[in-house]
Design a binder for this molecule. Structure first.
Ligand SMILES: Cc1cc2nc3c(=O)[nH]c(=O)nc-3n(C[C@H](O)[C@H](O)[C@H](O)COP(=O)(O)OP(=O)(O)OC[C@H]3O[C@@H](n4cnc5c(N)ncnc54)[C@H](O)[C@@H]3O)c2cc1C
Length: 322
């Protein structure tokens, strides 16, 4: 009985979703061993994994992994899960987790619990809470298979730095993965200076209430003053005002930042499906009956063209960002 946590790296350490998954694993382990797995992990990644509570990380090294060959990574993770006798394999529910976790579940003939917002039970009898019906309801589910694969919705599990020393790196060389045909990422275009909504701690999103793409600078300026990412409703993405990567909702990205500011967004159920688990929701809408106010913690009934510049000036004065 053990838990395998799939760790993702970024330039300055582990992704926040990985640290959250480590804490969730440690909390639910109840005495079971918790091991991490990383591709081309560095000393910095091991130090961070240890700080959040891991003692051992399986390190899969080699140039071929830098192209993120998802089918091969899934095979390697499945093999590692078998090696450590994992009864639970945890991923963050970000784009990597959504891509690779179902493949691992199929390989292990494991029950699959996607997009969990809470974990209960133990490593050998895991139960989870997850949203259904586009976030309208939460359901408690229990896995009945001997191994379970789960993805954890970002920002709902608190990552706790327990101050542990660097995790020990154990070299792990998966067998026969090179023969598996795999889609490879050949080029990544980074939006320099722009935060991704799925990783951001604060998101300022704009909707059709902005009236046109030329007014999105109001949303961008507020986002800058808060150090936030810019998001969008599907209406404005479909209209070509904003790129699809910014779309939040049922057919866009699911986000759960610490703060979500919805500007000129009505709050259609499909939009709420992607953001209603945000910790603090602020809504700015000139229609006091707009559905977005039913999920908002703070609401401003007003015109975005008046409210946004004033809010930006006031916040910039505090944060010094503009
Ligand atoms: C299968 C399916 C999937 C979908 N997936 C998604 C999805 O992933 N994400 C998503 O967002 N939508 C999705 N939608 C679309 C969704 O139903 C809505 O049409 C969309 O969210 C509306 O976007 P909006 O709030 O920007 O526009 P609107 O609904 O037009 O709302 C604009 C809001 O702006 C307010 N407003 C207008 N002027 C001002 C002003 N000057 N100041 C302040 N407020 C103002 C209005 O009162 C209104 O509430 C999906 C729909 C379907 C059928």
């Amino acid at each position: 009985m053990s838990i395998l946590v799939v760790l993702e790296s970024q330039a300055d350490g582990l992704k926040r979703t990985s640290c959250e998954a480590i804490t969730a694993a440690v909390d639910v382990a109840g005495g079971a061993a918790v091991t991490g797995i990383i591709f081309n992990g560095s000393q910095q990644h091991l130090a961070m994994a240890g700080a959040y509570g891991l003692t051992t990380v399986l390190n899969v090294s080699g140039d071929e992994w830098s192209a993120h060959p998802s089918a091969r990574m899934a095979a390697a993770i499945s093999e590692a899960a078998t090696k450590v006798g994992a009864t639970l394999v945890l991923f963050g529910a970000n784009s990597t987790g959504k891509n690779i976790a179902p493949r691992v579940a199929v390989r292990l003939s494991a029950g699959f619990l996607p997009d969990c917002v809470a974990l209960h039970g133990s490593a050998s009898a895991i139960e989870a809470t997850r949203p259904v019906y586009a976030g309208k309801a939460l359901v408690n589910v229990k896995s009945t298979t001997s191994t379970t694969v789960a993805t954890l919705r970002p920002n709902l599990f608190t990552a706790k730095n327990v101050g542990g020393s660097a995790a020990a790196s154990e070299a792990f060389a998966p067998s026969q993965t090179s023969s598996i045909p795999s889609l490879q990422v050949t080029n990544v275009t980074r939006n320099e200076g722009q935060l991704d909504v799925s990783e951001a701690d604060i998101i300022v999103s704009g909707g059709r209430g902005l009236k046109g793409p030329e007014h999105f600078n109001l949303v961008e300026n507020l986002a800058k003053s808060l150090g936030a990412a810019v998001g969008a409703s599907r209406a404005v993405v479909d209209a070509g005002w904003r790129p699809h990567r910014e779309q939040v909702g049922q057919t866009g990205k699911t986000v759960s930042p610490t703060m979500y500011v919805a500007c000129g967004i009505s709050g259609a159920v499909q939009h709420l499906a992607g953001m209603s688990s945000s910790k603090i929701i602020v809504a700015i809408n000139k229609d006091k009956d707009a559905p977005i106010f039913s999920v908002a913690d703070y609401g401003i009934v007003g015109d975005v063209f008046e409210v946004l510049p004033r809010l930006t000036t006031a916040i910039s004065a505090v944060t010094g960002k503009n």
